[in-house]
Design a protein around this ligand. Structure first.
Ligand SMILES: Cc1ncc(COP(=O)(O)O)c(C=O)c1O
Length: 441
């Protein structure tokens, strides 16, 4: 019996013993193409020599120094790199150890900002249905994933939810992108007015929705209109790029493509690429100055924030993305992946939608393409898809509840940025084989 409390104790898991580039290897010698980077984490693939060396060098020099006593050069260098890359004046980087912590820090920073500037009545957080922001209680509370929230509802602080921007499912027949974006911005405005404009602190959204709905990008101008509503009422915009950030969409910050600058942005998975646990929350000058010029102290913190070894890994990952021109590859391979998936399965009766940005791709599975009717949730098609793909030597990140937390199935692909054209071809072949195994035509 295993003494590890696995997340799904009844599941028989192979033992991972190695990783090379696009592949993970188990103790039986079986090789798997890592087409989802775990949960969109492994942006550089596995065993990258530059990152390994950076970690080894840092550990040999200094593994950890508590941030209430010291700063470290490596955390300063990483923050400089991120601040320079981030849009607008997102110049201040608060390091944490993962995505949920980044979201918690963003929520608390937003709240403290309003306390500092003399608007302590601002307490409401508005987020979207069909979103995921993490599993700690604050992040879970603002998340809109009904299934994940349900058992913990009595413990969750109050949060408010509006519609996601989910064109395939929720745009009306004949509605233009622009009319759809405006309808959603109007809905947010109505929610702010309902709660009382001077009581709302922040609106939180994933720039591109990840795990809950499967790589759903917003329609054009959606975030510009959302930004305008937030600005009108002094509400902060928090973009969660834990999954979509750090190059996954072909941009280091996914919101660059949407032409907006949030007040706070969270990043994690692709920041350290899986080599170390690390996340960060970036904020603008206005927020930072309010804290520094006010109480002078952000009332938050964890033991491992700004961990030197984690920062060294993340710095090497981010430098490699720039030095190796990997964002161009993400865009090109992303186009190829969507194009080849459409060619191979676009006419499959159970493929409803193929979507995404860069190497962040979702395939939504349906019972009927014309009506978009979902497969029976009791069939757990997503789970079968994951297991079958694994048998076929392909790691994917499928989920159920795409539509409302219960109905719907999708498969998320998030291969490493180092993928070659041939790698993408192999992923599509194994994906098509898995689809035909699970849902024969
Ligand atoms: C958008 C988003 N935010 C937050 C999180 C939580 O990150 P973590 O699992 O590192 O705590 C996730 C994880 O999937 C995510 O996709």
């Amino acid at each position: 019996m295993s003494h590890v409390f696995h997340r799904n104790p009844k599941m028989d898991l192979p033992t991972a013993v190695g990783g090379q580039g696009m592949e993970l290897i188990d103790s039986n010698g079986k090789r798997y193409i890592d087409a989802s980077g775990g949960a969109a984490v492994s942006s550089l693939g596995h065993g990258h020599p530059r990152v390994i060396k950076a970690i080894q060098d840092q550990v040999a020099q200094l593994a950890y120094a508590h941030t209430s006593f010291f700063t470290t050069q490596v955390s300063e260098d990483l923050a400089d790199l991120l601040a320079a890359a981030a849009p607008g004046d997102l110049n201040h980087v608060y390091f944490v150890s993962g995505g949920s912590e980044a979201v918690e820090a963003a929520l608390k920073l937003a709240r403290q900002y309003f306390v500092e500037i003399g608007q302590p009545q601002r307490r409401h957080m508005i987020a979207r249905r069909q979103s995921y922001h993490g599993n700690t209680l604050g992040a879970l509370a603002i998340g809109g994933n009904a299934w994940r929230r349900e058992p913990f509802l009595p413990l969750l602080v109050q949060a408010h939810h509006v519609s996601p921007c989910f064109a395939y499912r929720e745009r009306l027949d004949g509605e233009t992108d622009s009319a759809y974006a405006q309808r959603l911005a109007d809905e947010l405005e109505a929610k702010i007015l309902e709660l009382g404009p001077d009581t709302v602190a922040a609106f939180v959204a994933e720039t591109v929705v990840g795990a809950t709905a499967g790589a759903v990008p917003p329609v054009a101008d959606y975030f510009k209109r959302i930004r305008a509503v937030c600005d009108k009422y002094g509400v902060l915009l928090i973009l969660d790029e834990v999954m979509s950030g750090m190059g996954r969409t072909g941009y280091l910050f996914a919101c660059e493509e949407d032409g907006v600058v949030p007040d706070l942005v969270t990043i994690a998975k692709g920041l350290g690429g899986g080599y170390q646990p690390i996340g960060a929350t970036l904020c603008t000058d206005r927020i930072y100055d309010a804290i520094v010029g006010g109480s002078g102290f952000f009332q938050h913190g964890h033991t491992y924030i700004g961990h030197a070894t984690a920062c060294a890994a993340a710095l090497a990952v981010q430098q490699t993305i720039v030095d190796d021109g990997l964002l161009d590859n993400v865009r090109a391979r992303g186009e190829q992946l969507r194009g080849e998936l459409r060619a191979a399965l676009g006419d499959h009766p159970n493929v409803g939608d193929i979507r995404g940005r860069g190497l962040f791709v979702g395939v939504e599975l349906v019972a009927d393409r014309a009506t978009k009717a979902t497969l029976d949730p009791a069939r757990k098609t997503h789970a079968k898809f994951k297991a079958r793909a694994k048998d076929n030597g392909l790691l994917l990140y499928p989920m159920g509840g795409t539509v409302d937390g219960v109905r719907g199935d999708h498969v998320l692909l998030a291969p490493p940025f180092i993928a070659s054209p041939a790698d993408i071809g192999r992923i599509v072949d194994r994906f098509a084989q898995t689809l035909n195994d699970v849902l024969p035509r």
